[in-house]
Ligand binder design. Structure first.
Ligand code: ADP
Ligand code: MG
Length: 152
């Protein structure tokens, strides 16, 4: 499976890549977003969600764990599992029910949902490089591969 790599020189570049990514996606899709705090996972998600057609803010779902959007009859679920201490919280919210044939799920801190959320089609890693960021977008399924090919 192949990967897409880029250097993101500032926040605008991250939003722009989110827009490009949004043009290539359709449900069903599971995207894991990996990277340290402040790497740009939510910034990238904002670019994706706004380009899909959401008008208004994209807030970080750190406390709610998930922020739902419905855009053109597609469900977008933006998760932030940073705060999850006990997997039971995820069982309690019925996390599996969000992953449907009609949903695009963007998951920050997926390691905290280990075993309770479906495998990723695409894994995005964002790393600090001084003031810039390095991003890698890896395909982990056929769906993911089709998407990554469109980014080239
Ligand atoms: P995360 O969700 O990974 O914790 P956020 O997207 O919430 O990170 O925050 C990223 C922060 O880093 C923002 O304050 C943003 O302005 C800043 N920033 C600086 N350079 C970049 C870049 N290239 N891409 C994304 N964010 C950047
Ligand atoms: Mg975040």
């Amino acid at each position: 499976m192949t990967a897409f790599n880029a250097t993101l020189k500032d926040e605008n570049a991250t939003v722009a890549l989110g827009q490009q990514f949004a043009q290539a996606i359709k449900p069903p899709l599971v995207v894991y977003l990996n990277g340290d705090l402040g790497a740009g996972k939510t910034t990238l998600s904002r670019g994706i969600i706004q380009h899909l057609g959401h008008i208004g803010a994209v807030k970080s779902p750190t406390y709610a764990l998930v922020e739902p959007y419905e855009i053109n009859n597609v469900d977008i679920f933006h998760f932030d599992l940073y705060r999850v201490a006990d997997p039971e919280e995820l069982e309690y919210m019925g996390i599996r029910d969000y992953f449907t044939d009609n949903s695009i799920c963007l998951v920050e801190w997926p390691e905290n949902g280990n075993g309770l959320i479906p495998a990723a089609d695409v894994q995005i890693n964002i790393r600090y490089q001084d003031e810039q960021r390095q991003i890698t977008i890896e395909a982990h399924s056929d769906i993911g591969q089709t998407l990554v090919n469109k980014l080239k």
